[in-house]
Ligand binder design. Sequence first.
Ligand code: AMP
Ligand code: MN
Ligand code: MN
Ligand code: MN
Length: 284
Amino acid sequence: MAQPRMNPANFDFHCHSTISDGLLPPAEVVRRAANNGVTWLSLTDHDDISGLAAAAEEAAAVGIEFTGGVEISIEWRDLPIHVVGLGVDAGSAVLREGLENLRSGRIERARRMAAALAEIAIPDTFEGAMRYAENPNLISRAHFARYLVEIGICRDTASVFHSYLTPGKPGYVDHRWATLEDSVRWIQAAGGVAVVAHPGRYKLSGGEMRRFLGEFRDLGGRAIEVVCGSHGNDNTLHFARQARFFGFHASRGSDFHGPEESHVDLGRLPGLPEDLKPVWRLLG
Ligand code: AMP
Ligand code: MN
Ligand code: MN
Ligand code: MN
């Protein structure tokens, strides 16, 4: 295990850039984090690590610590779940190939989403969403949401998700993502630490969540997000208990996507409950 560093005053280990569905380029995310007082940042774009080099360079220029990250899209018992990898080596062939395969399904999924929306008389959303995707291989539901707001279907992206893009809604289509096992294996092959992203967001019963966390730990997962942009105080207390029970380290991340879209800005989060083991202790 790496030697513990000084307790970083403000670490934020979950955010997005234009490499996936964030609104700012990697270097701007880093500058904004530094301006917000973040002392240690990880950029965790969905299924793509091509922003890490630019982010690391900017972090060195503005004088904050940086750790390479990724947020991997998986399915577990047919439910979409996200696993964050922290401290991943962007040169790892196993990670790169795994993510490349994972990305290759997104364009086809986007075409099926557009076809589903066309059936309810919302045409041309593939082209519309693509205009928002700076990295076309990473076309995401967030890009569809922005386009549906542009054409006046809803007032904001949260409403688009609620009415059109979540399971059971007309623009939602099933998709085969990576497995839990794949995600942990790729992260470990790249020398990283696997972290369950925003556990409070999943539609899992208490028993299913415990089963999931047990499988994750048995596969080599080391941490869960306890403080994050989508957790209220109840979620934080609940997942702090899960972290203690399973022996997980705890992570903290805003899941910032952009100034207009995210409720929680970079680094603007409560601290971790003090008795938990912060995940940065596992990072070299
Ligand atoms: P995808 O990877 O294409 O399935 O898109 C998932 C992304 O959509 C997430 O990372 C969020 O950025 C966004 N998202 C998912 N659910 C919601 C929601 N209910 N409200 C707002 N954004 C959401
Ligand atoms: Mn996202
Ligand atoms: Mn996520
Ligand atoms: Mn995220």
